[in-house]
Design a protein around this ligand. Structure first.
Ligand code: MG
Length: 381
């Protein structure tokens, strides 16, 4: 029985994680849950999974939950609370399904406490990848990727390492705007962007899929997770989203990981690793699969991917700046304060103004993040 915590349990990945836990009651015991503010959903999850600990980031929602539940369960509150909760001695594996940079401090805390990490959040690693990986090694915390592409690279590597790898093909569905001509991008609406053809996900990541920034963040994530140089990673558009990524080795052999586009599959593998548990999820019907398509990404249409490649070459504080500016711009797009084309424009401007630090520590990363947020917010006004 593995004792797990699910952070961000009301979100899309969080709920899918609980669905996996539900299917294997003898394998996983949910010890802790966290949400940002959705205590209605959290209460249902508490009723079903009976965790010992919960954390609510929003302070008002946390005190409401405390008065509703009485003393039956320990309720942590805010980021400091989450940083504490992940230290709990009984928790063995923590699913990080919080979206955005809010995951960074709790992630560092969990890693320093030697927990196994199922990592769905990509922003924390993009911001502080070298630092997080160094700490993970030092404290023997395993980082198990959940993002479908990183899970695919991990599985395709099959224990081989960077020197054996010629290149990695990081696949991308291409998002909802793949077939839209560039001339129409100016008038792209929020509703159009939120209609993703393959994956049903949270709003922030769906916008990132439309700009291809999501693939850019994954490029950085893959570099840090697997110790790969940027020159070894090629983004490949694959609209069917059946191949979740591929590794080409020095001898020309290519290993690919295929499965249905269902996040419960990589979630289950991260939770059950190194075992493979029998499930009832759908597979791929090859007899009825007519074709698979591949394309080169169009960087004129999707400048965010080019910006991520730039940050991947610059490194230091630049990935954190890219990520922070993007979070602010996407948030403003979601609130209809800026148009779609402003997202890459803002990210590019903030990156251009940034004076990079080469080997930042955690405070250095956090201050670069804060600086970039302020800059980006100023451009959205
Ligand atoms: Mg992905």
């Amino acid at each position: 029985m593995k004792r797990i915590a699910v952070l961000g349990s009301s979100g899309s990945i969080g709920q899918s994680t609980l669905s996996v836990a539900r299917s294997f009651p003898r394998e996983f015991k949910v010890e802790a849950l966290s949400v940002n503010s959705d205590i209605v959903k959290l209460k249902q999850q508490i009723k079903e999974f009976k965790p010992r600990l919960v954390c609510v980031i929003n302070k008002e929602a946390a005190s409401k939950l405390r008065s509703d539940l009485g003393s039956s369960i320990k309720v942590f509150c805010a980021e400091e609370g989450l940083v504490e909760m992940v230290k709990d001695a009984k928790i063995e594996l923590i699913m990080f399904a919080i979206s955005g940079s809010a995951a960074l401090k709790p992630l560092v805390s969990a890693v320093k406490n030697g927990k196994d990490i199922a990592l769905a959040n990509k922003e924390a690693l993009v911001m502080a990848g070298p630092l997080v990986m160094r700490l993970a090694k030092k404290h023997r915390a395993k980082i198990l990727p959940v993002d479908s592409e990183q899970s695919a690279i991990w599985q395709s590597l099959g224990g081989f390492r960077e020197p054996d790898v010629k290149r990695v093909y990081l696949t991308a569905s291409g998002g909802p705007l793949r077939n839209l001509p560039l001339s129409k991008f100016k008038r792209v609406s929020l509703e159009q962007v939120l209609r993703h053809p393959r994956w049903k996900m949270g709003r922030k990541i769906t916008v990132d899929s439309a700009t291809l920034m999501n693939k850019g963040l994954e490029l950085l994530e893959a570099m840090f997770l697997f110790g790969l140089g940027v020159e070894k990673i090629k983004v490949l558009i694959h609209p069917e989203a059946l191949i979740h990524s591929m590794v080409e080795f020095n001898d020309g052999v290519i290993m690919a990981q295929l499965s249905a586009a269902d996040m419960r599959i990589p979630i289950q593998y991260a939770l059950s690793y190194p075992r493979r548990l029998i499930n009832k999820l759908a597979g791929i019907d090859f007899y009825n699969l007519k074709e698979m398509h591949f394309e080169k990404p169009d960087l004129d249409k999707f400048p965010c991917l080019g910006l991520a490649y730039q940050a991947a070459k610059d490194l230091g504080t630049m990935p954190a700046v890219l990520n922070a500016a993007n979070e602010v711009a996407v948030n403003n797009f979601l609130n209809k304060r800026i148009d779609f084309l402003s997202i890459p424009r803002i990210v590019e401007k903030v990156m251009r103004r940034h004076a990079k630090t080469a080997n930042p520590d955690l405070p250095g990363i956090i201050s670069a993040d804060a600086w970039a947020r302020e800059e980006a917010a100023g451009m959205c006004g």
